[in-house]
Design a protein around this ligand. Structure first.
Ligand code: URP
Ligand code: ZN
Ligand code: ZN
Ligand code: ZN
Length: 488
């Protein structure tokens, strides 16, 4: 690794622009982007002729070192990030889970977990209950701790789930702070009913997971969250969109002018639920995540959603559990820890399924895997761009090389891989993170502690601007009533 790097002769791709140019990096920052940069011999030169030089991926959705369903994810910040870097992702945003209901304790705990980070990271925060303290702590998180997004769970009844009353309180608080509300959209009460039904029918295997929480429950919760966000006039981000049902609600809302963002994840885009019916428990259990991986057809539709602008960015929901952990649910699918991998595979899978197939352009690829995430979470153009002054988080992708995914060769600690055996075109050959070459020639050179916490500033709504928008929204609610009166 060197503090000065010249990437020569590649096609430099930004979401807005593509050109053949050199990229010069000094002290962790992109210093210049232009053709024929001349440098001295103290500079590491990387030849990128015939290859694409792009912003490193930003994964908006990971769970590293998370305690969940009676266990803890097998990838911690160091192993999960090393895997990410090997796959061309140079930043991720993880979810802080409050500790004993305390947001600040949760925040400090996660900063501790992230101490050995080898790439940059940011945090969303989960809101799992509501009272005056939570409300006050949300304000501290936004104003002092660099968190600008909060996730509310409509599923996981009995643990993370909150009801509509608390959801509305949370939405209003997000709006007043200039923070983005995020929702896990499945109807948790109905999932509970669906699970009881499966057990009564004697269906205890992994297929019961999908059967107990069908797409209609994701569609219902998505529609409800969107309508309630509209009711208090705050923007909404739907995490892990897995079904056509949910996507159609997002499309409708966006068409009517509501600010709704949809995030599909790698597993939902490229897999279908056939694996869940595998007679071998371990094989089937590795596909268990929530919302479930859906029947064939949903993934293709989600890809189309991305290519047409209904959905805005791709995450992973990387939440890895080993087969011994998945085996907690050998007699009862309700005890299988929910989650699949993806942080290492996302960049390759999106390239192969969407760019290689001609569904999206190379500039679209950069937007969907990096730039849009940086914009949404207010860290662009520090992240998500190859521009002078941006952080030197860069990948070199060879479109003529190929990848193959296997648990035997991946860098995650996971002993399985939900994408096992997949191969495709396009290979991330070099990853530069924070100005260091961390992945080259199939070798990882990661340094614990080299990653930094990236503070995400709140969105700059003017308070009277919010009030004006609210007034306009309220009068639009009354308009149909007035028309009805006028015609009777
Ligand atoms: O199955 C999943 N998605 N596990 C991670 C937690 C969540 O809901 O994102
Ligand atoms: Zn240019
Ligand atoms: Zn979730
Ligand atoms: Zn998640």
């Amino acid at each position: 690794s060197s503090s000065k790097i010249l990437i020569k002769g590649g096609t430099v791709v930004n979401a807005h622009h593509l050109e053949v140019a050199d990229v010069y990096v000094e002290d962790g920052i992109i210093a210049a982007v232009k053709p024929n940069i001349k440098v001295g011999d103290d500079v590491t030169v990387l030849d990128a002729a015939g290859k694409f030089v792009m912003p490193g991926g930003i994964d908006p959705h990971t769970h590293l070192a998370m305690e969940f369903m009676g266990t803890v994810t097998i990838d911690d910040f160091f192993s999960g990030q090393a895997a990410a870097l090997a796959g061309g992702t140079t930043m991720h945003i993880d979810f802080v889970i409050p500790v004993n209901g305390s947001l600040s304790a949760g925040f400090e705990t996660y900063l501790g977990k992230a101490k050995r980070s080898c790439m940059d990271y940011g945090f969303h925060m989960a809101i799992t209950k509501w009272d005056e303290t939570v409300s006050r702590e949300m304000e501290i998180m936004v104003k002092e701790k660099g968190i600008n997004s909060f996730k509310f769970f409509l599923a996981y009844k009995g643990s993370l789930m909150i009801n509509d009353e608390l959801l509305l309180e949370g939405f209003k608080k997000c709006k007043s702070l200039g923070a983005l509300a995020m929702v896990h959209a499945e109807n948790g009460d109905a999932v509970f009913e669906g699970q009881k039904r499966m057990i009564e029918l004697g269906i205890t295997g992994p297929e019961g997971h999908a059967l107990s929480r069908p797409p209609v429950l994701e569609g219902e919760a998505t529609a409800r969250a969107i309508r309630l966000a509209g009711f208090v006039n705050t923007p909404l981000y739907i995490v892990h969109v897995m079904s056509i049902d949910a996507m159609e609600e997002i499309a409708e809302a966006r068409k009517s002018g509501q600010r709704v963002i949809g995030e599909p994840v790698a597993s939902g885009l490229v897999l279908d639920d056939s694996g869940l019916w595998d007679p071998d428990f371990a094989t089937a259990a590795k596909f268990v995540m929530s919302p479930p991986i859906r029947a064939p057809g949903h993934g293709k539709a989600l890809q189309a959603g991305l290519s047409t602008g209904i959905l805005q960015l791709v995450g992973t929901d990387h939440c890895a559990f080993n087969s011994t952990q998945k085996a907690f649910g050998i007699d009862d699918f309700r005890k299988i820890p929910n989650g699949v991998n993806g942080v290492e595979e996302r960049m390759h899978l999106v390239w192969d399924t969407m760019v290689e197939s001609g569904q999206i352009s190379v500039t679209d690829y950069v937007r969907l895997t990096s730039t849009e995430c940086a914009r949404i979470f207010n860290i662009y153009p520090r992240k998500g761009a190859i521009l002078p002054g941006s952080d030197a988080d860069i990948i070199i992708l060879n479109p003529n090389s190929s990848f193959e995914i296997s648990a035997t060769s991946h860098h995650s600690r996971l002993d399985t891989n939900v994408f096992e055996g997949r191969r495709g075109k396009g290979k991330v050959e070099v990853t530069i993170a924070g100005g260091r070459v961390v992945w080259e020639n199939g070798q990882l050179k990661v340094v614990p502690g080299s990653g930094n916490y990236v503070e995400m500033p709140p969105f700059g709504y003017l308070f009277d601007g919010i009030e004006k928008a609210d007034a306009k929204y309220l009068s639009s609610l009354q308009a149909p009533v007035k028309r009805f009166k006028a015609t009777t």
